[in-house]
Design a protein around this ligand. Structure first.
Ligand code: NOJ
Length: 553
């Protein structure tokens, strides 16, 4: 059936106002350091390995790299438990390696964003060690949230808050005499005590930490749990269990409190005091695009990951709604939208979209990439998505490291099409070559086993193969740089049949068929790129199932 593709105006998202910073339409590549490239053969990725592989990012066409935490840490949560914010963990290298990496990245034209983890420290941080030996009510405990327990003997947690990783968000301390004492708050693992941002010393310390890395030359920060630093006054009960299911769907007494914005405003002032457009990107789970947009108001952060888009099902109407709502919300504050399909905390999108068929998952992932890269705003890519890597769903329990695995029973998880909702399956080290102990990840093995089939998905195997996912990404990113219409400008929906999305940018059209069957459309223009082969008949084009195509008009 030939469907009409008309050029009537459906919705016009005006060009957002508010400057022309590099980040407004940048493609930023996330390096999960532990799993990217290993230089010394200990099976764990490191900064030197990452530096050696930066040409891959430059060749791909990325504008910047985001490095996940490489700071001194006992690694209770993959480095999101920081014991020293100014030191590099020996696992990942030295401060000199960080310096070299930043320099090399800049020489290659890549900006560098590093993580900052302000909601909590490690339980090995000197502040927390001092807090444990300090007296209740004393200054050492004031940097964290210590409370007496409820119940006659203080044997119950101070409130009903649950850890995001499962179990209570409070752990009871033990005094030097072995007697049970106060409880402390940890929204994540017990090894990650929450800081008290009402304490001025905490604020001053983080200003100093930001300056330390800015002075070293980084171009910005990805702010971990940017929605969590401020807790509701009095820390009220929530009154229900399974609180993790509420995250991102409502304001909670510990997440998305209005008080966090004042911290982000002060950090913006600090970033702006440095030359060269240094940025902050919020990892913020907000209940609506409007609440998320508050984090990117002109005097706050520059970007906020759009997790609503990440969570959207493979459904044209749902995707269109989330795109419209996101663009409208960010445009209302003059900010660009920040699109993301995967990261180190979620099931990789080829597996999320698979619906029981890995081949379908990959088809959809390739199409989703082209849709995402055609939207106005910036895009974060998660390492390995350019290779079409799926989630690894059969990791043996013995090699798991995700603290959530140890704190939650598998039945408690929602089994989101991956293995069970835990996060090791998206963190398996990258395959760079067809052979070698860890497919080129490093000279030794790899901290999580890589599937044998990944030899064929390696950078080496895909390079030069015009049908490969890697070459699709390379072509898409090259076109995105070349075509002026794909920058930070508005977009228009075109009429399209149900199940198909068609959007126009200046001189450009993108068509996405989300259906399980081919659709026939009038040829929109000159084909630039498509995620699967197209077939033409006279003035129509047949777009295969789960396929996205780019056109010049
Ligand atoms: C978000 C990070 O991305 C995740 O990996 C971490 O476990 C939590 N924040 C806690 O820091």
């Amino acid at each position: 059936m030939t469907q009409e593709l008309t050029t009537s105006l459906q919705a016009d998202t005006a060009r957002p106002s508010g400057g022309s910073g590099w980040w407004r339409d940048a493609v930023i590549y996330q390096v999960y350091v532990r799993s990217f490239a290993d230089s010394d053969g200990d099976g764990i990725g490191d900064l030197r390995g990452a530096r050696e592989r930066l040409p891959h990012l430059a060749g791909l066409g990325a504008d910047a790299v985001w490095l996940t935490p490489f700071y001194a840490s006992p690694q209770a949560d993959g480095g999101y438990d920081v014991a020293d914010y100014r030191a590099v963990d020996p696992l990942f290298g030295t401060l000199a390696d960080a310096d070299d990496l930043v320099r090399t990245a800049h020489e290659l034209g890549l900006r560098v964003i590093v993580d900052v983890v302000p909601n909590h420290t490690s339980d090995r941080h000197p502040w927390f060690r001092a807090a444990l030996t300090g007296r209740p009510g004393g200054p050492d405990r004031a940097r964290y949230h210590f409370r007496p327990g409820r119940g006659a003997g203080g044997e119950l947690p101070p409130n009903d808050w649950e850890s995001v990783f499962g179990g209570p968000a409070w752990t009871r301390t033990t005094g030097p005499d072995g007697a049970p004492g106060e409880w402390y708050l940890h929204l994540f693992a017990p090894e990650q005590p929450d800081l008290n941002w009402d304490c001025s010393e905490v604020r001053e310390e983080f200003d100093s930490v930001l300056r330390f890395w800015l002075d070293l030359g980084v171009d910005g920060f990805r702010i971990d749990v940017a929605h969590g630093m401020v807790k509701a006054a009095g820390m009220p009960d929530i009154g229900r269990t399974e609180q993790a299911k509420l995250i991102g769907s409502q304001v909670l007494p510990f997440f998305d409190q209005d008080g966090v914005h004042e911290i982000h405003r002060s950090w913006r002032r600090l970033l702006d005091s440095y030359p060269g457009d240094r940025i902050g990107v919020a990892e913020a789970w907000a209940p609506s695009p409007e609440r998320l947009a508050l984090y990117v108001r002109p005097d706050e952060l520059h970007q906020a990951f759009n997790f609503q888009f990440l969570k959207s099902p493979w459904d044209a109407a749902a995707m269109r709604t989330v795109i419209d709502e996101s663009l409208a919300a960010t445009a209302s504050v003059g900010a660009p939208t920040t699109w993301v399909l995967s990261n180190h905390d979620v099931v990789r999108h080829p597996t999320r979209y698979a619906d029981g068929s890995p081949a379908r998952g990959l088809r959809r992932a390739r199409a989703a990439a082209l849709l995402t890269l055609a939207l106005p705003g910036s895009v974060y890519l998660y390492q390995g998505e350019e290779l079409g890597l799926p989630e690894v769903v059969d990791l043996p329990d013995a090699c798991r490291q995700d603290p959530a695995f140890f704190r939650t029973s598998a039945e408690g998880q929602d089994g989101q099409d991956g293995q069970d909702g835990f996060r090791d399956g998206c963190r398996v080290p990258l395959p760079w070559s067809r052979s070698g102990a860890s497919y080129g990840f490093g000279p030794g093995g790899s901290w999580l086993p890589q599937p044998a089939a990944w030899a064929g998905l390696s950078v080496e195997a895909q390079t030069g193969d015009p049908g490969s996912t890697l070459e699709l990404y390379r072509s898409a990113l090259a076109l995105r740089r070349e075509l002026p219409g794909l920058g930070d400008s508005g977009m228009t929906w075109l009429d399209a049949p149900a199940g198909v999305l068609a959007l126009a940018r200046p001189g450009f059209v993108c068509t996405l068929n989300t259906l399980g069957e081919e659709v026939e459309l009038p040829v929109p223009g000159r084909a630039l790129l498509s995620s699967a082969p197209l077939a033409y008949r006279a003035a129509t084009v047949r777009i295969p199932p789960d396929c996205c195509a780019w056109w010049a008009i």
